[in-house]
Design a protein. Structure first.
Length: 761
């Protein structure tokens, strides 16, 4: 028996001192379930070094390898199977596993790793817990519409607690890719188009996932993805090329990753895409210079699924061995599913193409995290069957999901106060999504089950006892079958009003789910036209994973409520919001275009040399389209309420600001309607003249406030260097003296404006 006491811990010492394993596990549990002390950094480093010194080259490469288990499939799987994966773990060839679920499965694999491998190094178990594990929250784009980072953090706490109870250590989240192209199916996984909002949400997600102590029983290791600029794929087509200026990269795309890392995220996933000619997975500029040298990232980098293999198809590596040779020195530590490190690092080392120091550095980063997670102290720290039985779908977890769903809904239109619905009216509920359970959950559902979800139709029935509520789908989500139209029209004619639940299926969003059209699929718009002809008031409830171009639909609807894919409690929440049990308060985290041809369209655009004057839209030599206005259907930050809010003028403390000083900008917001409601007060700044051109406005602050009917509140924002700095012409970050405009209001078109001057140093 080797002497490994230098890096081992009470768990191992008990186990290998000859005590029965069961006792050791039990003792460890009793200890760790109550409190898990954070593992001290010095101890981590010393223990890692001691372990590293004992490892063979093959054992080291095993730690750099991550293979999929077979409980979940999230990419192309090579012919392998559970048994051969177990053998690889046993041989020490695979030090990390993902897509294995349940305590029983994880325990089985961990037992092999810690009992049968020479150095007893525990496995790390990862999974895509993207918007919930069992209790499913709204898709991330929907959650972003809440503009409530604290609530998003709570949702991640719930997700991490449930996933940890299922034995997992690591989630491939948060996805923080800025996306300005709704054709891209993965826009649903992020926080939308804006780096400021995206950064605030990235921080919240990391805090929720990792908590304050990585070794605690209910926290997971976060993995910030997909590094970098995956959301900028050309034409919104999955896995496509990204070609971005360094300025655009640094100003728009990088801030959320940076924010997540500053918040303590200890793993990063490299993206599938190339960036300016070099695939992200072999990109030294990204993985070394930006991530480690500039940002001081201390964790490890894992690739996306088979991304090392794909360097060959990208055309940047001759073969798989060459790909491994490029990826490791570029800064990749762990190979997800390519097997390229496993198959080729030894030979490339022997050929002098990589160094053992590079391998050691990568192994060290991974082992350090395993120490920090407390895996060496107790490899079964998350394997408690009893806890697993009790952790899911608790009342509190469901309450958080319900609240986030309510806050994620965006009221896009509400003429004649069509909403909230009045109890007692006969309602024809129509549409292919009205009684769908599965679609409520969205694209990444981890272990979420739809069986017990209340659908929107069921929720409307519950809210409207005694009245007649009928359901008929009218059509499918995506087919040309119009056979159900007649029944739907009859139902609408017999009712006082129609509620149509329309949109995309949950399978139309997510990885590899891109679209060239942004309309409602199938014949849903035609169905809406037919219902509109009945003359009955029409409420449209949307479920979808991306901004859609619904100009005609929005004209036909008397009220339009965006509910995204709202999660386990989402159908219930949507019905309750329709009946006014909660007042909608979501705001769009991404612009809704009028037409797909406007894409990419986002509020923080540049002015151009020939901006169109809205008062003179026919002016010929101006930046515009012949067949569509420039402005979007619904702008970033937009969302109505059942009540109305009035904004005062913006009051600035002073008209000038010296470098280093702060300036308060204040508005008074009044609830002028009849309902209590929440409002997201948004601050936008414009730097009028810069050494490089600046966007027409940029979000620099927001506050979500609640006001009773008639209530007023002063809302102040502090403006200083942080809000004014940018990437100047010489690529340094800092401020420049000059004039600024301050806009405060309820969306990115806010008109309340004030001006100040930033003085020279
Ligand atoms: C591929 C996806 O791009 C990534 O987001 C995910 O985490 C991995 N598959 C693992 O499932």
């Amino acid at each position: 028996m080797p002497d490994f006491t230098a890096f081992q811990t009470p768990f191992f010492q008990a186990r290998f001192a000859g005590r029965p394993l069961a006792l050791a596990v039990l003792a460890a549990f009793l200890f760790f379930a109550s409190t898990a002390p954070a593992v001290e950094p010095e101890t981590v480093s010393a223990r890692t070094d001691a372990l590293l010194a004992r490892m063979t080259l093959a054992e080291k490469i095993g730690q750099l390898t991550l293979f999929t288990g077979y409980s979940g499939i999230t990419g192309p799987v090579k012919e392998q199977g559970q048994q051969s994966l177990l053998k690889q773990v046993c041989k020490g060839d695979c030090g990390n596993v993902f897509n294995l679920i349940s305590v029983a499965e994880i325990k089985k694999f961990q037992k092999v790793a810690v009992e049968e491998t020479r150095l007893h190094i525990p496995l790390l178990f990862g999974y895509d817990v993207i918007h919930g594990y069992k209790t499913i929250f709204p898709i991330c784009l929907g959650a972003a519409a809440s503009w409530n980072p604290a609530l998003i953090e709570s949702s991640e706490r719930v997700a991490a607690t449930e996933a940890a109870a299922a034995g997992l250590d690591w989630t491939f989240a948060p996805m923080v890719d800025i996306a300005r192209d709704p054709r891209w199916g993965r826009i649903c996984e992020g926080a939308g188009e804006d780096p400021f909002l995206g950064s605030a949400i990235a921080v919240a997600r990391v805090r929720g996932i990792q908590g304050t102590n990585l070794a605690a029983p209910d926290t997971l290791l976060a993995c910030v993805k997909h590094f970098a600029a995956y959301g900028a794929v050309q034409s919104g087509r999955e896995y496509n090329t990204v070609d971005l200026s360094e300025r655009m990269l640094r100003e728009v795309y990088l801030p959320p990753y940076r924010a997540a890392i500053d918040a303590g995220a200890l793993s990063v996933m490299s993206a599938f895409n190339e960036l300016n000619g070099t695939p992200a997975t072999a990109n030294r500029f990204l993985l070394q210079r930006v991530l480690r040298d500039e940002w001081g990232f201390q964790g490890f980098v894992v690739t996306d699924y088979t991304a090392i293999n794909e360097l060959v198809m990208h055309g940047s590596a001759a073969d798989e061995g060459d790909a491994a040779r490029q990826a490791l020195p570029a800064g990749v530590d762990m190979d997800m599913q390519s097997g390229a490190f496993l198959n080729h690092l030894q030979e490339r080392l022997a050929a002098g193409q990589i160094t053992e120091a590079q391998i050691n550095a990568a192994v060290k980063r991974i082992l350090e995290i395993k120490f920090k997670l407390g895996l060496f102290d107790n490899p079964f720290r998350h394997c408690d069957e009893q806890r697993e039985q009790q952790a899911f779908y608790t009342k509190e977890n469901l309450a958080t999901a319900y609240r986030l769903a309510c806050e994620s809904f965006v009221l896009l239109k509400n003429t004649n106060q069509t909403l909230p619905l009045k109890v007692g009216k006969n309602i024809a509920v129509i549409g292919p999504l009205a009684d769908s359970r599965r679609d409520l959950l969205g694209s990444w559902i981890a272990e979420g089950k739809a069986d017990s979800c209340e659908t929107v139709f069921e929720g409307i029935q519950r809210n409207n006892p005694g009245a007649k509520v009928t359901f008929t789908a009218g059509c499918d989500i995506d087919s040309t079958n119009r056979a159900g139209f007649a029944k739907a029209v009859t139902a609408a004619k017999r009712a006082d009003l129609a509620v149509l639940v329309l949109g995309e299926s949950c399978e139309m969003s997510g990885e590899a789910k891109c679209r060239t059209s942004l309309g409602l699929p199938g014949v849903q718009t035609e169905l809406l036209r037919e219902i509109k002809k009945t003359g009955k008031p029409v409420v449209v409830v949307l479920m979808n994973g991306r901004p859609l171009a619904l100009e005609e639909e929005s004209q036909m609807a008397d009220a339009l409520l965006e509910t995204w894919f709202p999660g386990t409690e989402g159908g219930k929440a949507a019905a309750d919001v329709l009946f006014g049990q909660h007042n909608p308060c979501g705001k769009l985290p991404a612009t809704f275009p009028r037409a797909v041809g406007q894409v990419p369209i986002f509020y923080a655009a540049k002015n151009t040399g020939r901006p169109l004057d809205p008062a003179n839209p026919k002016d010929v030599y101006k930046s515009k389209y012949l067949d569509c206005p420039n402005d979007p259907l619904y702008p970033f930050g937009f969302g109505l309420s059942y009540t109305t809010f009035n904004y005062s003028e913006v009051r600035l403390e002073r008209a000038t600001l010296k470098p280093g000083e702060k300036l308060q900008a204040t508005v008074t917001v009044t609830n002028t309607g009849n309902y209590a409601g929440a409002e997201v007060v948004q601050l936008y700044l414009r730097d009028l003249v810069g050494s490089v051109t600046r966007p027409v406005r940029e979000l620099k602050g927001f506050q979500k406030i609640e006001l009773r009917a008639g209530e007023s509140r002063e809302v102040s924002f502090s403006i200083g260097e942080n809000e004014l700095k940018f990437l100047r012409a010489d690529m340094t970050v800092g401020t420049e003296p000059g004039q600024y405009e301050v806009f405060i209001g309820s969306d990115s078109r806010a008109t309340a404006v004030a001006k100040f001057e930033l003085l020279a140093r």
